[in-house]
Design a protein around this ligand. Structure first.
Ligand SMILES: C[S@@+](CC[C@H](N)C(=O)[O-])C[C@H]1O[C@@H](n2cnc3c(N)ncnc32)[C@H](O)[C@@H]1O
Length: 236
């Protein structure tokens, strides 16, 4: 089996053949969001034929990846705070992509490229150690054991992230779901290329300073779902 493959019912699957179980479409989009998808998305869509750094006009030293950016609030704030860096976001939910494009337009962002599909289709194209870090924020929890294979942070995803994140780079994971907190931690702590940076409980209980507060996080707090923040370093 190749490096980026996994199994399903005992069969070998290429990463690109793995099924995506989330939603691709939500409510019909209004004219502004529809226009953004038609006119703006082509300008910001990741070009799979060139390298990660070449995606951006400013040739950034640091490029970060966010897997499953949802409506893009977190990614947009990160990109605004680090205009020197580049950000690649993957999200197959087209309504989320349209909202991300609205953030891009409203904030005048130029350092974001979008992949509007399953991230697993594009990851094999990226070269080794091309990212300074990656974010997986509040992934779909898939709490049932029979749905465990749908969880985004599988052992093969950890293997891929170990290849893509450069030494001393970071992997940031967050969740407000009790089951997802466990499988995120289990997957990341069991990979030898990553070290959990937490030294005391406050390190995973408190939102790291560079992570922007989003509406989702506020809602989670209001509904007594406590987010945890797991920060890992890619060790050499
Ligand atoms: C629960 S939402 C969280 C969204 C966002 N990160 C947030 O904090 O609000 C999880 C997101 O991950 C996306 N997702 C799931 N599997 C994915 C995959 N294979 N590639 C890219 N995105 C994925 C889903 O479409 C969904 O929007």
């Amino acid at each position: 089996m190749g490096k980026h493959d996994s199994t399903f019912n005992g069969k070998c699957l290429m990463a690109s053949e793995q099924r995506f179980y989330g939603r691709r479409k939500g409510r019909p989009l209004g004219t502004t969001l529809q226009r953004l998808l038609t006119e703006t998305l082509p300008l910001f869509r990741l070009d799979p034929s060139i390298s990660v750094a070449q995606q951006f006009a400013h040739d950034p030293a640091d490029v970060f990846l966010e897997i499953g950016f949802g409506g893009g609030e977190h990614l947009a704030e990160l990109a605004l705070a680090r205009s020197d860096a580049g950000f690649i976001g993957a999200e197959p939910y087209i309504n989320g992509v349209a909202k991300m494009l609205r953030h891009i337009e409203e904030k005048g962002l130029r350092n974001i490229r979008l992949w509007d599909d399953d991230v697993r289709k594009i990851l094999p194209r990226f070269s080794n150690e091309c990212f300074a870090g990656a974010y997986i924020m509040f992934p779909d929890p898939w709490p049932k054991r029979r749905h465990a294979s749908r969880r985004i942070l599988s052992p093969s995803m950890m293997e891929t992230l170990a290849r893509l994140i450069r030494p001393q780079g970071m992997l940031m994971l967050a969740s407000d779901d009790p089951t997802a907190k466990c499988w995120l931690l289990q997957a990341a702590t069991s990979h030898p290329a990553f070290s959990w940076t937490a030294r005391r409980p406050d390190d995973w209980r408190n939102r790291p300073a560079h992570i922007p507060k989003t509406r989702y996080m506020c809602k989670a707090h209001k509904e007594a779902r406590t987010p945890c923040w797991f920060s890992f370093e890619r060790i050499a």
